[in-house]
Design a protein around this ligand. Sequence first.
Ligand SMILES: C[C@H](O)CC(=O)SCCNC(=O)CCNC(=O)[C@H](O)C(C)(C)COP(=O)(O)OP(=O)(O)OC[C@H]1O[C@@H](n2cnc3c(N)ncnc32)[C@H](O)[C@@H]1OP(=O)(O)O
Length: 781
Amino acid sequence: MPTVRTHPVRGLGAKIRWPSQIPLFKTTNAAASSSAARGGSVVVERSSRRERMAEKKGRTEMEVRPDGVAVIAVANPPVNALSIDVFYSLKDNYEEALRRNDVKAIVVTGKEGVFSGGLDINTFGVIQRNKAEQLNDYLPIDTMASTLEAAGKPSVAAIDGFALGGGLEISMVCQARISTPTAELGLPELQFGVIPAFGGTQRLPRLVGLTKALEMMLLSKTIKAEEAHQLGLVDAIVSPDDLLDMACRWALDICESRRPWVHTLSRTDKLESPDEVREILKVARAQVQKQSTNLQHPLLCIDVIEEGIVSGPRAGLRKEAIVFQDLVFTDTCKSLVHVFFSQRAAPKVPGITDIGLMPRQVAKVGIVGGGLMGSGIATALMLSHYPVILKAVSEKSLNAGIDRIKEQFRKGRNVSLHSLLSANLQSQVRKGKMTEEEYEKTLSLLTGVVGYESFKDVDLSVVEDVNVKQQVFADLEQYCPSHCVLATNTSTIDLDLIGGKTNSQDRIIAHVMPLLEIVRSKRTLPQVVVDLLDVGKKIKKTPIVVGSCTGFAVSRMFTSYTETALLLVDCGMDVYKIDQVCTEFGMPMGPFRLLDLVGFGVALASRMQYPENSSVSVNKSMLVPLMLEDKRTGEASQKGFYKYEGNRKAIPDPDIIKYVQKSRSMARIMPDNELLKLDNKEIVDMVFFPVINEACQVLSEGIAIKASDLDVASILGMGFPQCRGGIMYWADSIGAKRIHAKLSEWERKYGQFFKPCSYLSERAEEGVPLSAAKNNANAHL
Ligand SMILES: C[C@H](O)CC(=O)SCCNC(=O)CCNC(=O)[C@H](O)C(C)(C)COP(=O)(O)OP(=O)(O)OC[C@H]1O[C@@H](n2cnc3c(N)ncnc32)[C@H](O)[C@@H]1OP(=O)(O)O
């Protein structure tokens, strides 16, 4: 049974401070003189006031119903984010509701089917720009919760749509939460490098238990209404039409003692026993240390939760506030906020998405080839409810393709190649993640064919067989209707080559997983791009639109990464040391482990695609060809840079030294067979500065439209660490000048491979950030 109280608790809200009582926007003498004593903070306060005025957005609206319930609704579309203005408005409405005699109880809700997407993420930037001493001025961390908890009238949250971060936290202060079946609840603050700061670290474990709370916070995992109800986070689920009435009735029931006045912070019934708590925290810490070596905030989150359990919720709340205040100023938080907005900016393409085009409905998709990629794409589409026609050359390969689809994985966001390879749809059914009924329904969307006849009514065709792309496109042109978008999943080949045998180059487009890199040639119609952006959103991928050239954006950066690593080995560096340093930097795997996974055949074939004199072609390392000669092909043959014995564990292989030595003697980069020696930081610089150089080149050629698209592409396409904000963001944190100086030095010592491109040279000379928008008209889009 939950611990309940039959009257309002006043203990916690000992001193209520509404935002207006904080000297935020007041130019009081006291504030001015203390600011002056700190040396110039008055300027900060003025600029913050200006900034706030400029960014004023959102409010709450209050309506008092005849039954005596004040319904306060957040109105800040599209996700009802909690901006500073929303907080002030909420405070005004709450004060009024508490004051009015005709109000017995309060219901908090959100307008337009969304409770709240949490703190307005722009607030992080406002806080950061205005320095630490102003933090409490901006975020009324201790006020909202204290006021709601100390109020003499009960509050109930009526939740439809998202209740995330600060949104869920406000609802957890209420005495009850009623939701619709489609509501989604979570505390995803860790995805911004911070921890929940409105008491979430203390209240969630008390409502759902420590294990579930840790899972939700550490993984930034949202849960659906039904699970929330089973856990006790939601008290009742009702239809959207009944939501407000039910919440109001619940609030009145509390008021009239027909239901208990539940005080979340006083509850202990959901918390595990002290021994279990110790064990759970130990396991959580070990997992976090293993998985997020570079990140401090997940561990700090665990510390804060522990403080609340060991020393009580007041101590926990205090620690939560202190930790949040520190974390919000970290580079990790800044980088992750940048990534969030970059991902949302990516689908906005000037000249395409701002000219009033509406996406056409894609009712059916045809896929040619049921190999790994074809079946993976089919699975992703079917999971988003698209009917799919899968065409193979024979019954045998068709059946193999269909079997592969059956085995493939049901996953929401970010279906990765890795997950497609390693998981299986039927096992999801066994594990209960998908019901038999859902499985059958999903499979019924698939039709297998060996001829093109059924393609006459498809709207989108995807081609996966690299070798026959040209011919397939020519065939598709004959069979598909004229509006059908022709798409291909190449990661390297120029679209103009693929479409060479067709007259339909205005409807050809390509994609790479897990990022949807929508590649348009100069002749692809804007309507086709808009259609694909819509499909991308529906299959829950992050799209970026790039111009066509060999390698597009992702493969060019990716190839630069692996080629640099090969060159460093030819200079004398150790294969395994490079991999270790790169994973410590935050890459999911080092370049050599990655080459093993991709396979040497594929790696060499894609290297061959690059035109003469491109940075890739300049590197002539023979290391991979030498290993390939000996039938070492990578993980598939259980022998590459590592050896693999039955499972996927990569074991360093001393045998590779003979190939390394031979490759070095052929490359002859170092004078007198000297071996290059670098410390860890130098290895990071030397591996990633050429990637930055390639990214700059991609930007200057107009293959990518904006630098932030390359940040998204580098994170989702090649695994660049999110906490560093993406390749261009990270580059700017180092500075063009230093990167240019280093590349120039290496060019002198080790050759043309390191030659800085003119974009980088110019920006270094002018002192302009690499990500600053450029003036020149781009060539490819
Ligand atoms: C003190 C507290 O503990 C700290 C916090 O609360 S931190 C914030 C916690 N909240 C979150 O992490 C939620 C972040 N938002 C999301 O995950 C997703 O936007 C969502 C699940 C709410 C909605 O997803 P979806 O429907 O796909 O819409 P999406 O495109 O992401 O967002 C729609 C718009 O709302 C904006 N937005 C979403 N959440 C926002 C937020 N919390 N603040 C400001 N803007 C937000 C997006 O930038 C986007 O703007 P745009 O149209 O100008 O590009």
